[in-house]
Design a protein around this ligand. Structure first.
Ligand SMILES: Cc1ncc(COP(=O)(O)O)c(C=O)c1O
Length: 491
């Protein structure tokens, strides 16, 4: 019995598993009962003769019969035809037909793709162009999760009817549906990465929108106050600066890096809004605010178990999370806000800016979050597959005097945690002539993200390790000649 219990992992059992287990228990129970009976009968046989033999046969037959019966039930259970569909039938058939397009195993076809001759969408497929394609390890698009969602096709699909929430309002407050808000809180609690109790949640279209909404909300509303300076420690996610510069108003403007403020006397009364990204994009380090001001926006885009060890639940006043890094689906993120005044100003910004996020997005994110919650935010199979990328990269860098990887105690900590995939590699070009590392890679047909964009030294460049396997394989292929060139140079 114990063996059967261990054989099925708890989380995989579910209802079906439980039923199967009960049936298995019944079968084993019957077998044990019949064995007990047999032993008893055998020991009694010399005394009772024929009737005991018949009992043994009866027990064996009933055990065999029960076995056959329960296996038949299990078989039926797994081969039940799906319930026939009504209005969703043709939409479901259309979605499945597109999902079945193979695209040579590398590309993708989408329901809203350009139609090919046969009326089906064409494949977006770079596999045939790979010889000429540059290796693109630029964007932080977590496409490595695509394989996972393909496996989760049934548990992640949503059907949106034409009358689905047609109005501006949801059933919740300030453009977030009650169910979505509830499940965002449940997800954080299950993962243990943030405290949401007693805090407000706002839902936005993406980082661009919420980053600026929070800067606006934390800026002084009083016209006589000096404008707030928005700062971050280098290297930092470039959007903070780009966004602030684009929307600069009387209330706020970009104030540069925290290093430029290090010698200034910054008190909690100074109007400074500091962005803290932890783990940080691009270098993956855990960060803390450095200026000691009260207005801090904690960007926890990567504080999820598939990118980072979860040390404690974050309990800050203003925290940002993005679905694009949790599930890989861009265009939806949320903020968790403690202070009611800050929340009201953020909600006002969103209301004037977009009047809420598309209701279809609410529905889809709800479905994806529920799935993630069941797994406590991770999807170990895809992460483990992607983790192999780090080993290959380490191997490459350790055999090279030209390129090195950031290798701090924090990074070693990451790699000890087998379920963690640090999303970016922060690569340094060590050769004197490779002053611009991004350019050195570009000459080798590799597109990375230049360190200068993060306000770091141009000897650094960022490699995204969370794209597709094809992207990564091509990147390794393109790196080989760059590394071999140094062998030639030294021989
Ligand atoms: C620190 C950080 N915040 C936010 C984002 C993007 O968020 P979103 O996908 O919601 O626009 C990124 C994406 O690279 C990021 O690195």
């Amino acid at each position: 019995m114990a063996r059967i219990r261990e054989g099925l992992p708890l989380e995989k059992r579910g209802d079906k598993g439980e039923r199967a287990e009960k049936q298995a228990e019944a079968i084993v129970g019957a077998a044990i009962a019949s064995r007990g009976e047999r032993e008893r009968v055998e020991s009694e046989e010399p005394r009772e003769g024929k009737p005991a033999g018949m009992k043994l046969q009866l027990a064996l037959f009933s055990s065999l019969f029960l076995n056959a019966y329960f296996y038949f039930c299990l078989f039926l259970h797994h081969h039940q035809p799906p319930p026939s569909l009504g209005w969703a039938g043709s939409a479901a058939a259309e979605a499945e037909a597109v999902a079945a397009i193979d695209c040579s195993g590398h590309g993708r076809a989408f329901l809203d793709g350009v139609l090919a001759g046969g009326g089906l969408p064409v494949c977006y497929d770079c596999s045939r162009l790979l010889h000429d394609c540059p290796a693109d390890v630029d964007s932080g698009d977590p496409l490595f999760l695509e394989a996972y969602w393909q496996q989760q096709a049934a548990s992640s699909a949503v059907v949106v009817s034409g009358w689905h929430r047609m109005t501006y309002s949801t059933n919740g407050k300030d453009y977030i549906s009650i169910e979505l808000e509830k499940h965002i809180r449940i997800l954080h609690q299950a993962v243990g990465n943030a405290v949401t109790d007693g805090k407000f949640i706002v839902f936005g279209s993406g980082s661009a929108q919420l980053i600026n909404a929070l800067v606006y909300a934390l800026s002084p509303s009083n016209a006589s106050s000096s404008p707030a300076s928005v700062v971050a420690s280098a290297p930092y996610y470039p959007f903070y600066k780009k966004q602030t510069n684009l929307f600069e108003t009387r209330e706020y403007g970009w104030g540069g890096t925290t290093a430029t403020w290090a010698n200034a006397s910054v008190s909690s009364a100074t109007n400074v809004i500091e962005f803290v990204t932890s783990p940080n994009n691009p270098d993956g380090l855990f960060k803390q605010p450095v200026l000691g001001t009260s207005a801090v926006i904690f960007d926890y885009a990567y504080y999820w178990p598939h990118y980072s060890p979860i040390l404690d639940p974050a309990d800050e006043d203003v925290m940002l999370f993005t679905n694009s890094k949790i599930s890989g689906h861009a265009g939806s993120r949320w903020a968790v806000i403690k202070d009611e005044g800050v929340y009201e100003r953020t909600a006002k910004y969103l209301s004037l800016n977009t009047m809420g996020v598309s209701r279809d997005t609410h529905l889809r994110v709800l479905k994806l979050i529920k799935r993630r919650r069941e797994e406590k935010g991770t999807s170990s199979s895809s992460v483990l597959r992607a983790k192999a990328r780090w080993s290959k990269l380490h191997e490459l860098a350790s055999s090279s005097s030209r390129f090195s990887l950031q290798h701090s105690a924090q990074h070693r900590n990451y790699f000890e945690r087998s379920e963690t995939l640090l999303p970016y590699a922060w690569l340094k070009c060590e050769w004197k002539e490779d002053e611009d590392c991004h350019e050195a890679l570009r000459k080798g047909s590799i597109i990375s993200r230049a360190g200068a964009l993060f306000e770091a030294d141009s000897r650094y460049t960022r490699l995204s390790l969370i794209k597709t396997q094809d992207d990564f394989d091509l990147f390794l292929k393109r790196m080989q000649p760059l590394v071999s060139r140094e062998e030639m140079a030294s021989s």
